[in-house]
Design a protein around this ligand. Structure first.
Ligand code: 13P
Length: 288
């Protein structure tokens, strides 16, 4: 069932587990995540970045593919189709294209502008039954070869954005996108605690950069108010590794091993495995 993320995340917040957002890139990614969610009776969120949307020829294509695929595969578990790190314009495009959830990432804007644009988009989404995620405090990463430990959000700003009625809030707590450096300091639980107590017991918080955070830290964050964990790079790494093994073993040269349906199968299976591991880690299995 293609639904907004509102209810699945409210249930996750109340039940102290997390729902995974798994980013999609193409048909194989989408199919792997949908089937894994169904097999494990888990809710899931399909994340689409603006770059991935463009790669798949546009948000309308993505929306049509996801809803047709859910129909053909008889997917009955709750699935949200969500824009990841959307710009203001991108949010409107996804609303028009039939996405059931959006993220407006105004974290790089002056705070007053982030607040005003988030407010407007919250009103638009409420009218249409679409869920909305906002962001305070950027999620770090590598810049010019300098790896930051990840920004931490200001709890007071989080409260102001939360009060606009967003369905979920992404806030920097030392997390970063991509692989974590060996000397990463870990998540800032003091910041998470301060944010969770400011925004209240009910608002689902979002942990970006889910790739490579040790399970104990992810689970502790979930116990403190994180209800959505985003995973992107890890599926890419497992897909690439399985595909490399297939080619390095010369399997593409055996019989019709070059057939794309065969060539992409090990990577497809590897994504399914990664998604299942994350669902187990987040506690969302059998929570559909
Ligand atoms: P990773 O690529 O680090 O898993 O982060 C995913 C993410 O946060 C998408 O918004």
């Amino acid at each position: 069932m293609l639904v907004s993320a509102e209810e699945m995340l409210k249930k996750a917040r109340a039940g102290h587990y997390g729902v995974g957002q798994f980013n999609i890139n193409n048909l194989e990614w989408t199919k792997a995540i949908l089937l894994t969610a169904q097999e494990n009776q888990s809710p899931a969120i399909l994340g689409v970045s603006e770059g991935a949307g463009k790669y798949m020829t546009g948000f309308k294509t993505v929306s049509a593919m996801v809803s047709a695929m859910m129909d053909e595969l008889n997917i009955t578990v709750p699935i949200a189709l969500h824009l990841d790190h959307g710009t203001y314009e991108g949010c409107y495009k996804c609303i028009e294209a039939g996405f059931t959830s959006i993220m407006f990432d105004g974290s790089s804007l002056p705070f007053e502008e982030n607040l005003a644009k988030t407010k407007e988009l919250v009103e638009e989404c409420k009218k249409r039954g679409i869920s909305i995620e906002a962001e305070v405090g950027g999620i770090g990463g590598e810049e010019d070869g300098v790896v930051s430990t990840g920004e931490v959000a200001d709890p007071e700003e989080c409260k102001q954005i939360a009060d606009l009625g967003v369905d979920m809030l992404a806030c920097g707590i030392g997390n970063i996108h991509g692989k974590y450096p060996a000397n990463w300091a870990g998540l800032s639980f003091d910041t998470l605690e301060a944010i969770a107590s400011k925004v209240g017991e009910e608002l689902p918080l979002v942990l970006h950069g889910g790739t490579g955070i040790p399970a104990e830290q992810v689970q502790k964050a979930i116990s403190m108010g994180v209800s959505k964990v985003n995973v992107n790079t890890e599926c890419q790494l497992s897909f690439a590794e399985a595909t490399r093994k297939y080619i390095e073993a010369g399997k593409d040269l055996e019989g019709k091993g070059y057939d794309p349906r065969k060539l992409l199968k090990p990577g497809f299976e590897a994504i399914k495995e990664t998604v299942k591991e994350k669902m187990e880690m987040f506690g969302s299995i059998n929570k559909a």
